[in-house]
Write a protein that binds this ligand. Structure first.
Ligand code: HEC
Ligand code: HEC
Length: 408
């Protein structure tokens, strides 16, 4: 005859097994967290937005020409600087330095180009509304490539005539250097400036058009620099499938806690959101200036330059119908959030792209997190953020999480 306490023990065991099974499979993330995690996963990355201002944006021949120019140091005044000098492929297209080092030193931190083609505005203050118009700035900046547009068009004729012509049609007839001086630019000084204003309107336009086409080829190349999956993306997939074993194998408890802080107490997701971990907007986060440098006015200055740029989306060198230039037409030009505001950078690969912020103020992630924890007064405008008062453990957890965003 069966003894009652045996039934009792069996029943208890069964209850325990059920509880254990539930414990192992209980969802670790709330429904709203699940939606946020999915929105951060690379699986949510949409196709690249079209760029109507660049007719060759998705032309592989233009991208091949752009790739060659991107690495070509002849496109500089000293023959030693290319885009790749500051945007190095093995550093996720950054340079590991606080300031970019070209012909001179530009007192700004070189930005990653991985996934940048998704942005609406480019550079820390958003002074450009396309990647092709952005490329024209470093080419003529005396501290970066240091050259001039007329010299670059002559270089095209000398070294890239065939691939250029195949994509854009014929170059102007540059043989007559009285009409097309070897050095001329409205941004030049001395002889190059005089030479520019000695040219006819039509010849200046022809040079500008070929110069803009260099930018369009460079942009087509940069559209191929897309983010690749990181450990975080595998974790997000494991969460979506509620695969607890995979989640445990992919993230240790600190990384998981860091992710919770990123979504929760840290409010990082307010600005670093979407699959590239950026809202592509401009914010004043009161990062301290670099010693000895003038204070950056950020977005308010970028807006002024964007509107005055002859190479913007509505300009004559753009391939867009002005009605396609919605970002430029409906520009947010007033409001107290523009002053001292800088572009939210992507956090993909961030652990591998130190130093940080627009002038490389912070040498490591810990200093960035200490800034968010302590807060501070903005040098211009006002800090949008309240101090987070993070504990040392919380900072370690956030940092551990940020390391999971590096692609494998
Ligand atoms: C001397 C270093 C240096 C060189 C050379 C250089 N860059 Fe940069 N790049 C920078 C810096 C610094 C910034 C930020 C500039 C700013 O905020 O005004 C930047 C920003 C950018 C951005 C904006 C990214 C974003 O997400 O907004 C793009 C795109 C870019 N560079 C492409 C290029 C291309 C193309 C070339 C070659 C024609 C080039 N760069 C040459 C240092 C450099
Ligand atoms: C209000 C919007 C906002 C919030 C919230 C925010 N950030 Fe940022 N983040 C920015 C902006 C803007 C920059 C660039 C600021 C600059 O250079 O002046 C930045 C820069 C960074 C950088 C440097 C990246 C680089 O390539 O230079 C890191 C790392 C970073 N943020 C992490 C975080 C973390 C972690 C949190 C949450 C604790 C957070 N951010 C919250 C807007 C924000």
């Amino acid at each position: 005859m069966p003894r009652p306490h045996l039934f009792l023990s069996l029943g208890l065991l069964l209850a325990l097994a059920v509880a254990l099974a539930w414990w192992n499979h209980r969802p670790l993330w709330s429904d709203s967290d699940l939606a946020l995690l999915a929105s951060l996963s690379l699986d949510s990355l949409p196709p690249l937005p079209a760029d109507p201002s660049n007719a060759v944006a998705d032309d592989p021949a233009a991208a091949a020409l752009g790739a060659a120019i991107f690495f070509d140091t002849r496109f500089s005044s000293n023959g030693a600087v290319a885009c790749a000098t500051c945007h190095q492929p093995d550093r996720f297209f950054t340079d590991g330095r606080p300031f970019g080092q070209g012909v001179g030193e530009i007192p700004l931190n070189s930005m990653s180009l991985v996934g940048a083609a998704y942005s609406t505005f480019f550079t820390w203050d958003g002074k450009n509304d396309s990647q092709w118009s952005q490329a024209l700035i470093p080419l003529e900046n005396p501290l970066e490539h240091g050259g001039d547009r007329s010299a670059y068009v002559h270089l095209l004729a000398e070294h890239y005539r065939e691939p250029y012509t195949a994509v854009f049609g014929p170059l102007p007839d540059l043989a007559d250097t009285a009409r097309f001086p070897l050095h001329a630019s409205p941004k030049g000084s001395g002889a190059a400036l005089d030479a520019w204003y000695g040219m006819s309107d039509a010849d200046r336009t022809a040079v500008n058009r070929a110069f803009a086409n260099i930018g369009k080829a460079l942009a087509a190349y940069q559209r191929t620099l897309l983010p690749a999956p990181a450990r975080f993306d595998a974790y997000a997939a494991a969460v979506e499938q509620n695969d607890r074993a995979a989640q445990r194998a992919l993230f240790n408890p600190d990384e998981e806690a860091g992710l919770r802080l990123f979504l929760g107490k840290g409010k990082c997701i307010d600005c670093h959101n979407g699959p590239r971990f950026t809202n592509d907007d401009f914010h004043n986060t009161a990062v301290p200036g670099a010693p000895g440098l003038p204070i950056s006015l950020g977005r308010s200055e970028g807006l002024r330059r964007l509107q005055a740029d002859p190479f913007n989306c509505a300009g004559v060198y753009s391939d867009a119908d002005p009605t396609d230039c919605a970002a430029l037409r409906f520009l947010k030009t007033s409001g107290d959030t523009l002053e001292g505001a800088h572009k939210t950078p992507t956090l993909r690969n961030v652990a591998a792209t130190a130093p940080y912020m627009h002038t490389g103020q912070f040498p490591d992630l810990r200093s960035v997190l200490e800034h968010y924890s302590d807060g501070g007064l903005a040098l211009v405008g006002h800090n949008e953020l309240e101090p987070l008062d993070l504990t040392a453990t919380e900072m370690e957890q956030l940092e551990a999480f940020l390391h999971t965003l590096t692609q494998e």
